[in-house]
Design a protein around this ligand. Structure first.
Ligand code: LMR
Length: 394
């Protein structure tokens, strides 16, 4: 029955993580998957999460079914985190991680809207392609980043968006662009939103790294600007990184509609899609975050822990960039310093990335995406020397 199934191409990011775990090199460094490591190289259990989880355990709640759309309290908290306040025009449902929100959004587009196409940035997170194509959408690109110059291709991006048909779905990263770490400035966001309005496009914002750019509220600039317009839009968000709840698979999908009544109907559509897919979401992660966000002190503790993570990443950017500059690198070290979020699109080519892996057991996602939090004071010199080695002119 299954003999016709041939081998599958491994996922470029997840398979790298598996290879890293298998690697026995004593100095191996994981700069691949988007995962925050602390200064000692450990994945942290955030204090605020730990306290919230303890409180939950003390309550000895039974593990009953949640509503199809997940916790209503949690949905409201997502809206406050993203938009600064709750809004009856927005239908928010809990999702199975940020990826689950993207898939649910993709299913919604496929089943309820007329155009079965989406435009994503070139480049974008590899799994955007997999999720949208897997849901039956045709995936197209708009220009975004030039890896040679290290600059945004902003004019080309605007030109492409300006030529899209009415109703076209455009995937945008509100902060910490994955993989380039290069975000739009505020004036550039306003210009994009103008085009979205003029062309009557449908933006789909994917925010997986809220809090890792400039701050929890600052990273939502684009979302809050677009909310001021009459545009309908979708937002997928994730709690994998900013609450370090990777394995709990916790996120949300929000759909902003013209009216509260339209939002009710859209929520009904989302519930239909959820019920026939996985029925309803898991509850442990959402109860942790719900408990955390409902308590002022715990929320503040979480925000300060997140700020420290953000600062540590910035410090690693500065240190690596300075080390490469001092070593006389040919690499554009300034972009490593200036890009935002967990990633830097270093400009290292595929061959250099594979040399780093073969010779030094340093793992990056090809072609040159580095996850900065994998760096720390113990491995910084090792990584700097290795990059200098592989980028030395022949
Ligand atoms: C990444 O880009 O490394 C993360 O979003 C993790 C993933 O699922 O790919």
């Amino acid at each position: 029955m299954f003999a016709h199934i041939t081998s599958s191409t491994p996922d470029p990011i997840m398979s790298l993580m598996e290879a890293y775990i298998q690697d026995t090199h004593p100095q191996k460094v994981n700069l691949g998957i988007g995962l925050y490591y602390d200064g000692q190289g450990n994945i942290p259990l955030m204090q605020a999460v730990h306290i919230a989880e303890q409180r939950l355990l003390e309550q000895q709640r039974p593990h009953t079914y949640p509503p199809i759309e997940g916790s209503k309290l949690f949905a409201g908290q997502i809206q406050t985190l993203l938009f600064g306040e709750q809004n009856p025009r927005i239908a928010t449902v809990q999702s199975v991680g940020g990826s689950g929100a993207l898939k649910l959004g993709a299913d919604f587009i496929y089943h309820y809207l007329s155009g079965r196409e989406i435009w994503v940035s070139d480049p974008t997170w590899a799994n955007h392609w997999a999720i949208f194509e897997g849901a039956g959408l045709k995936v197209n690109t708009y220009p975004y980043f030039d890896d040679i110059s290290g600059q945004l291709r902003f004019e080309a991006m605007l030109d492409t968006l300006s030529a899209l048909p009415e109703g076209a779905v455009v995937l945008l990263h509100p902060c910490c662009h994955n993989p380039t770490g290069t975000d739009l400035s505020h004036p550039q966001w306003r210009a994009v939103i103008d085009v979205l309005q003029q062309r009557r496009l449908l933006p789909f914002f994917d925010i997986a790294y809220q809090g890792f750019g400039d701050g929890l509220a600052e990273d939502c600039f684009a979302l809050r600007e677009v909310l001021k317009t009459s545009l309908d839009f979708l937002v997928s968000n994730s709690f994998s990184k900013n609450v370090a709840l990777y394995g709990q698979r916790l996120g949300g999908l929000s759909v902003c509609c013209g009216t509260a009544e339209a939002a009710d109907n859209v929520k009904g559509a989302l519930k239909t899609l959820i019920r026939r897919s996985y029925s309803c979401p898991p509850t442990h992660g959402s109860q942790i975050v719900e408990t955390l966000l409902a308590d002022r002190q715990l929320s503040q503790l979480w925000a300060s822990e997140l700020a420290a993570m953000r600062q540590r990443i910035k410090q690693m950017r500065v240190s690596l960039s300075a080390g490469l500059e001092q070593g006389g690198t040919t690499l554009d070290y300034a972009r490593i310093r200036d890009q935002k979020g967990m990633f830097s699109y270093t400009g290292l080519n595929g061959q250099q990335v594979s040399q780093l892996r073969q010779q030094y057991s340093i793992y990056l996602v090809a072609p040159g995406r580095m996850c900065l939090p994998g760096l720390n004071q113990h491995n910084l010199d090792y990584v700097t020397a290795a990059i200098l080695d592989v980028t030395r002119p022949a």
